[in-house]
Ligand binder design. Structure first.
Ligand code: ATR
Length: 279
């Protein structure tokens, strides 16, 4: 089949991460490490898309013969609208972080939730089945991981958010899993949880979330999807005896899942996580 936009003009397979801002993105480092480890001949770069022309940027990359891109803030929802087809988990999230360009069509996937679950289960060795779980936040980051979390047969999932209406709206869209889900404000949380995931952006401004200390059950895993800084949530969790993890493992695992979609090969993430930690 011919490409509906243009013929490929590149001689090795090109990929990129597209966002705005993008200079900070670690994805090129991670994908280069995967490519080297698995002997894949490919390139992966950062591309800054202007805020008002994400679609034109993607069409241009398709025209140039790129094979796929990762999409990051603030374009994950716009990217969803560009897709000709999706995976179920992308459809559930309403947002995509991985686009594949093939046979003139754009397919969308969302590997964020799978990356989070894989980091918690495979790297941090936590069993999620039957665990009382609390998800903090109801924005795009929370939405992106909800569907894969629900597939883990948790012992209930409470979504707490500053604006409770957003948590309630998020729940109302999960038709098949309503009995597992409930919404709460931070102040109304009054039970302990085995797994607590911070998907808010409050850590970016060093803002404490007003959650009571009793939410951290004995042997709790407190996971902050942010990486590269100690957030007030992590400090509070540590002070309450929780095992604390940042989002670096998730970053590498979501990239590995995208790499697998594009190249059909699963990289070994352990040495790449170690490399990223040492930077
Ligand atoms: P993202 O894509 O990172 O999820 P977002 O969609 O803007 O970004 O969502 C940010 C999340 O962090 C929301 O859950 C937001 O709470 P509200 O929905 O009430 O706005 C949460 N958040 C951001 N700053 C916060 C703060 N200072 N205190 C508490 N929650 C905060």
């Amino acid at each position: 089949m011919t490409d509906k936009y243009a013929k490929p003009v590149l001689n090795i397979d090109h990929y990129a991460v597209v966002g705005n801002p993008i200079a900070h993105s670690k994805s090129p480092l991670i994908h280069s490490a995967f490519a080297k480890q698995t002997n894949q001949e490919m390139s992966y770069e950062r591309i800054l898309a202007p805020l008002d022309s994400f679609e034109a940027t993607i069409k241009e990359l398709v025209a140039q013969g790129y094979k796929g891109v990762n999409v990051t803030v603030p374009f994950k929802f716009k990217a969803f609208n560009l897709c000709d087809m999706f995976t179920e988990r992308a459809q559930a999230a309403g947002a995509v972080n991985t686009l594949t360009f093939k046979d003139g069509r754009i397919s969308g996937d969302n590997t964020d939730g799978a990356g989070l679950v894989r980091d918690m289960t495979h790297n941090l060795k936590h069993i999620l089945h039957n665990k009382r779980t609390l998800l903090l936040g109801a924005g795009g980051a929370a939405e992106g991981v909800l569907h894969p979390l629900l597939a883990c047969e948790l012992d209930g999932l409470v979504i707490a958010n500053r604006t409770i209406e957003k948590a309630e709206r998020m729940i109302s869209r999960q038709v098949g899993a309503l009995n597992q889900l409930s919404a709460s404000t931070y102040a109304d949380l009054n039970n302990p949880f085995d797994i607590i995931i911070n998907a808010t952006s409050a850590g970016l401004t060093d803002t404490e979330l007003p959650i009571p200390n009793m939410v951290f059950a004995k042997d709790c895993l407190a996971y902050d999807m942010m990486y590269g800084r100690e957030t007030p949530f992590m400090t509070q969790a540590r002070a309450n005896g929780a095992q604390v993890a940042d989002g670096l493992g998730m970053l590498v695992e979501q990239a590995a899942e995208a790499f697998y979609i594009w190249r059909g090969v699963r990289p070994d993430t352990k040495p790449v996580i170690e490399m990223m930690r040492a930077l």
